[in-house]
Design a protein around this ligand. Structure first.
Ligand SMILES: Nc1ncnc2c1ncn2[C@@H]1O[C@H](COP(=O)(O)OP(=O)(O)OP(=O)(O)O)[C@@H](O)[C@H]1O
Ligand SMILES: [Mg+2]
Length: 326
């Protein structure tokens, strides 16, 4: 609803992991480069971690776009599946026509597919997102998938992607064999203040905004502190700021609007701006302007009275002088 008011072609701060909106911080760039390199160099197991909402899934979609054509990819998003369900999903995703009913048959079908792709000069990549949810038994079964190999290279590249708990899970003694096979690790750090500023501007630009400075610097500072540089939180706050800004018909998002958006997200209510905030807001400006006008008006009134008083006094002195001096 705020799109027309802010001259936007689409919503800039959607919660979906749309790679069109990707803003590459040095952290994202490095992680993407490592994922790409790891799959191309057939590193076997690759682990990507990052806090909730830092952009892991978005980066994976970007990786899939880059690998498209060069690799067969299976992207598993439901990490709560038991191993057999997961295997069935992967075969379907890779387009393996007939997987078979038993686990052995499915594993054979996968093996044939991998060898076929290898002969065709293509790599096969299995991406498991939200891998922090996998239980130890399933992770152990997944490790066995990496046994599909020729004497010279791995036939299946497996990307385990998840929140920092995944790292802790891989440190469990039961999973030491899997841990040993991890050929590459990378992580996505949160955004710094400057990156948050650039992130907001990038998303505004992609959404068609003409005014990339829509969020005032003080507003970005507040968003950065509140979100801790987590892109998903930045999106949520910015979206609410645009809603409230539109409701108040504000062309520029300032700090008081951010404070209201945060309060709304935290408490579910929208408070009136605090007096401190008013100083920065348009209302503050209006108040100062009104006070200024009042002071000027009072000063003028006092001056006018003084002039009148002076004139009256002058008239009186003249009359007395005429009486005394004939
Ligand atoms: N580098 C980025 N550029 C643009 N948008 C981003 C970036 N990183 C994250 N986002 C946005 O932040 C939101 C969360 O991103 P995403 O879902 O990829 O995070 P995640 O790390 O996979 O989260 P979770 O841990 O919950 O799975 C999405 O709306 C996404 O578009
Ligand atoms: Mg994700």
């Amino acid at each position: 609803m705020y799109l027309t008011f802010y001259g936007l072609a689409e919503k800039p701060f959607n919660a979906t992991p749309d790679p069109r909106f990707l803003y590459m911080t040095p952290g994202h760039r490095e992680a993407l480069a490592q994922l790409f390199y790891g799959t191309q160099e057939r590193k076997g197991f690759i682990v990507l971690t990052g806090k909730v909402g830092t952009g892991k899934t978005t980066l994976l979609h970007t990786l899939c776009q880059r690998l498209n054509g060069q690799s067969a990819i299976s992207f598993v998003v439901n990490s709560t599946l038991p191993f057999d369900g997961l295997l069935e999903y992967v075969l379907e995703d890779l387009g393996v026509a007939k997987g078979g009913e038993s686990r052995a048959q499915r594993l054979m079908a996968l093996n044939h597919f991998l060898i076929e792709r290898q002969r065709a000069g293509q790599n096969t990549v299995l991406i498991i997102d939200e891998a922090q949810n996998l239980d130890v038994a399933t992770l152990e079964q997944i490790r066995l998938l990496s046994n599909f190999e020729t004497p010279t290279s791995k036939l299946l590249q497996i990307l385990l992607v998840g929140q920092p708990e995944l790292k802790a899970r891989l440190n469990l003694p039961e999973l030491r064999q899997l841990k040993q096979r991890v050929g590459l690790r990378c992580q996505i750090p949160p955004l710094t203040l400057e990156e948050t500023r650039a992130y907001i501007r990038t998303r505004l630009r992609i959404a068609g905004a003409r005014d990339l400075g829509l969020f005032a610097d003080s507003a970005v500072d507040r968003i950065s502190t509140y979100s801790g540089g987590i892109p998903r939180l930045v999106n949520t706050v910015c979206d609410h700021c645009l809603l409230f800004g539109y409701a108040d018909q504000k062309r520029r998002i300032d700090r008081p609007i951010v404070n209201q958006a945060i309060e709304y997200l935290e408490e579910g209510t929208r408070q009136r701006p605090k007096v401190r905030d008013l100083r920065e807001s348009k209302m503050g400006l209006l108040l100062r302007w009104s006070l200024g006008t009042l002071v000027v008006t009072l000063a003028s009134a006092v001056a006018a009275l003084a002039v009148k008083f002076n004139a009256a006094t002058f008239g009186l002195i003249q009359s007395v002088r005429q009486l005394l001096v004939p």
